[in-house]
Design a protein around this ligand. Structure first.
Ligand code: GLY
Length: 562
């Protein structure tokens, strides 16, 4: 029966992919769609939808699959956020962000002279927060899933045990941190080929990870946060100067939070609330930009870039000052996303570029690692999930838990390690995001769902650290203001300004000489030419009444629909 079902599913997959195959056009789907950074994970999510699972089921299955097939950011050793819209109109978010261990204090990453020691917050066991992903995925399934949990996690177990064939993208990613993997025996054992680099077409087997996923399958939360897996984490952390304890793991629980809500030109927006800054920042930016006729300014014209950059300066200055874990800091989110406040900010923007000090007198180190991953899902019932997960840096702290087969996060670096006084770059952070035991570190992840007449029309998100917000913003504007299809909206060049540093980063070919000169005359400065974000999105094609999906050409993901 199982084999019969699998065959039918595969035939259906092939049929629908021929019918709705990927090309320069977006991928299309009548019933549902999954878009993720990994072809394996997208296919697994789609199979769950085709079995009759809902979008949450598919998100849980895709999430576990990404921990196997996209180990740079898909994870069980890190955390993330789900934003969910249900067909009955209810909306929620699940916060499974990592938490600071109980033993930390605000100065753990400073030497006796008060100097910031980034190696401690970015590398080794000292950099790890308490992982949230297993608890988050289990919680999502228990509360909102419909298929048995075993059916959602088993495909990931099979993938880990039977192996994944490494694509060009997977090999490039693994080998970019090859020398780091050599430093840690379990990382070397799994993520190098007996100490050599993997090649395209090699198979990556992850049997220890398969066993850990089996513990989670059989014991749910206790399969990770207690017993053998927890013992391995705590022992290795303690032996290497880390802060994690058994109590930290046992006490971890995800939080269901009300989404942040806004409107933009008649659309409703729901996005991730603090401890992510993403939703608040996106809505604050859209509120300011609603005051401009962006279409009339012209896409990527100097005026278009100028007004977006000037809006973003206010958004990122507010982010630095006011955003942190709402369980520890009174975040004024309602004010920041109010239309009245955005009108005040709009009135401060003029024809010339403002210097950061004219926006806010505080300064802030906004560096965040750009390695994270997003997936978007809709089902035939009208439910949608927008999910972003991360280990922080690419492959987190690069340390595989020996015997458990998964990589630990280095998310502690997302805290402001030295609030209130200048760090090595002369930058300071705010108390909102200072390190405290049990606190969640501020994130920029922006999993977002946009609705029209109470129905989802755009499900979008991206990796990119602090550039996540500007990436999501620009894809949203491309779709809503310029009517682009989702593939074009994601493909086109992007730019980024985050108030500090005082410069515009941009992608190659986006800014012509002419536009650059105009922007320079307005007082703008330019930073690096770089790649910005890897968005994975789904857009409702109103005309053809069909879902359209696109993966970002900057990555190697896949959109699949049926
Ligand atoms: N670590 C990236 C983020 O949470 O935004």
């Amino acid at each position: 029966m199982r084999t019969f079902f699998k065959t039918i599913t595969l035939v259906a997959l092939i049929y629908f992919q021929i019918l709705f195959g990927a090309s320069k056009d977006p991928v299309r789907g009548v019933n549902g769609m999954v878009v993720s950074a990994s072809d394996y994970a997208s296919e697994i999510g789609l199979q769950i939808l085709m079995k009759g699972g809902n979008a949450v089921d598919a998100a849980v299955a895709t999430g576990f699959a990404l921990s196997v097939s996209y180990p740079s950011a898909g994870n069980i050793g890190g955390g993330g956020f789900f934003v969910i819209h249900f067909s009955d109109g209810k909306q929620t978010t699940i916060d499974f962000r990592e938490k600071a261990p109980a033993a930390v204090h605000k100065d753990i990453y400073l030497d006796s002279d008060g100097n910031f020691l980034p190696d401690l917050s970015q590398k080794g066991w000292t950099s790890s927060g308490v992982p949230g992903s297993p608890a988050g995925l289990i919680f999502a399934h228990e509360k909102y899933g419909s298929l048995p949990f075993e059916e959602l996690i088993q495909p990931a177990i099979d993938l880990a045990r039977n192996g994944i064939i490494l694509s060009y993208g997977a090999v490039s990613s693994l080998n970019s941190v090859y020398t780091e993997f050599l430093k840690y025996p379990a990382s070397k054992m799994i993520f190098t080929k007996n100490g050599a680099k993997y090649s395209e077409g090699d198979t990556l087997f992850q049997t220890d990870l398969a066993k850990t996923l089996e513990f989670i399958r059989d014991l749910k939360k206790d399969g990770f946060y207690k017993g053998k897996t927890a013992d391995l984490i705590v022992k290795q952390s303690m032996e290497n100067g880390g802060y994690l304890t058994k109590e930290d793991l046992e006490n971890y629980s995800p939080v269901e939070r009300v989404p942040v809500r806004g409107t933009y030109r008649g659309y409703d927006i729901i996005s991730m609330a603090p401890p992510s800054s993403g939703g608040v920042a996106l809505i604050e930016a859209l509120n300011i930009l609603e005051n401009y006729d962006l279409k009339k300014l012209g896409w990527a014209s100097s005026s278009y870039i100028h007004y977006i950059v000037e809006s973003l300066k206010h958004v990122y200055a507010d982010r630095a000052e006011y955003l942190g874990d709402p369980d520890f800091f009174d975040v004024p989110a309602d004010k920041l996303i109010s239309k009245t406040y955005s009108k005040e900010l709009f009135n401060l923007i003029d024809e010339k570029a403002k210097r950061p000090s004219e926006i806010s007198r505080s300064t802030f180190n906004l560096y965040e690692s750009p390695q994270t991953t997003h997936y978007s899902i809709v089902d035939k019932f009208g439910n949608a999930v927008s999910a972003t997960v991360t280990l922080n840096s690419s492959y987190g702290n690069k340390i595989v838990v020996d015997g458990a087969g998964f990589i630990m996060n280095n998310e502690m670096d997302d805290f402001s390690s030295k609030p209130g006084s200048p760090n090595q770059f002369g930058l300071i952070g705010s108390a909102a995001n200072s390190i405290e035991p049990g606190k969640r570190m501020l994130s920029s992840m922006t999993p977002t769902i946009i609705l029209q007449n109470l129905k989802p029309v755009l499900i979008i998100g991206s990796p990119g650290g602090s550039t996540i917000i500007t990436t999501v913003l620009q894809v949203v504007l491309n779709c809503l203001d310029f009517g682009m299809d989702i593939q074009t909206a994601i493909d086109l060049g992007r730019f980024h300004n985050q108030w500090l540093p005082d410069s515009i980063d941009y992608e190659d070919f986006l800014i012509s000489e002419d536009v650059r000169n105009n922007l320079t005359n307005r007082g703008h400065k330019f930073g690096s030419k770089t790649s910005l974000g890897r968005a994975e999105g789904i857009l409702w094609d109103r005309k053809n009444k069909i879902w359209t999906g696109a993966t970002d050409p900057r990555g190697y993901g896949k959109a699949v629909g049926y």
